[in-house]
Design a protein around this ligand. Sequence first.
Ligand code: ADP
Length: 319
Amino acid sequence: MIRRIAVLTSGGDAPGMNAALRTCIRAGLYNGKEMYVIYDGYKGLVKGNIHQVNKDFTADIINRGGTIIRSARLPEFKEPEVVKQAVQRLQDYEIDALIGIGGDGTYRGLLDLAKAGFPVVGIPGTIDNDVASTDETIGFATALNTICECVDKIKDTSGSHQRCSIIEVMGRHCGDLAMYSGLAEGAEAVISSDHPLKEDSLFRKLRKMKAQNKSHAILIVSENLIDINELAKRIEAETGFDTRTEVLGRLQRGGTPVAHDRILASRMGTKAISLLLEGNHNQVVCLRNNEIIGVPIEEALSMKREPKENLIKMIDMLQ
Ligand code: ADP
């Protein structure tokens, strides 16, 4: 019987993590459970930075960005001895189950705990949308909106100077932030792992735009893919477009979560608690076709992201 449940956030922070934390705590308390938070992800777990919380702890956090219980990275969590220490800590506090909010790395840590016999559930929280088992992660929608706000601003200045702007966005190795923001911004080009750079056609298009005296060109590029400063030099040389680069960086992680993320976090958090209470341990919460379901962690981690063919086609059609 599960009586005490702990929650941690891990990996890159994402807007909506607090809303998910709030939901887990409130749904757990509603079901008569004692609720605990663990500060600093797996690092805090191993150190024993574990605290019991009540409903007051969750007041006024649904709209706060970041994660109030902080996140941290602990590469050593791959070592069985460290996992053993973590289980010992949880047992010291008589905690019966753990909910981890994060990405695939966090899920791998949860799987190790599950293999060591400790019941866990995972919730996908990352701006990158790079968790293959779910259609969407908590934080993605907010980061996308943030990117669009920034690109709108860049467009104003880019248009005032007839410039080409290359904007690098986050995503780790997933192109969703680039692809969806490119779609939402009507970008002239999107360069991502699913939609690679085609230099010749890009240069041809930019030369044509320059000849037509177009006010600006916006190119959106996923991080970890190409050197955008090199591309800017090539564009200037090949097309005559005055070209600037912008790396949006960590500001994409911050900010108030949009309503969509708060609602997704609420749906996923309540599901995490119900999975634990129904005895469906060692699963991760997923959004599939607008339904919230649980999937065994191992199965979730074995899934591969498929390129979004319809999205790619749409981007090509509308560019
Ligand atoms: P995310 O959860 O967003 O994918 P990371 O990849 O940084 O973020 O992982 C977060 C944390 O999860 C790591 O700092 C580490 O503590 C733990 N972790 C990552 N990979 C593993 C693994 N293979 N085995 C055990 N723990 C892992």
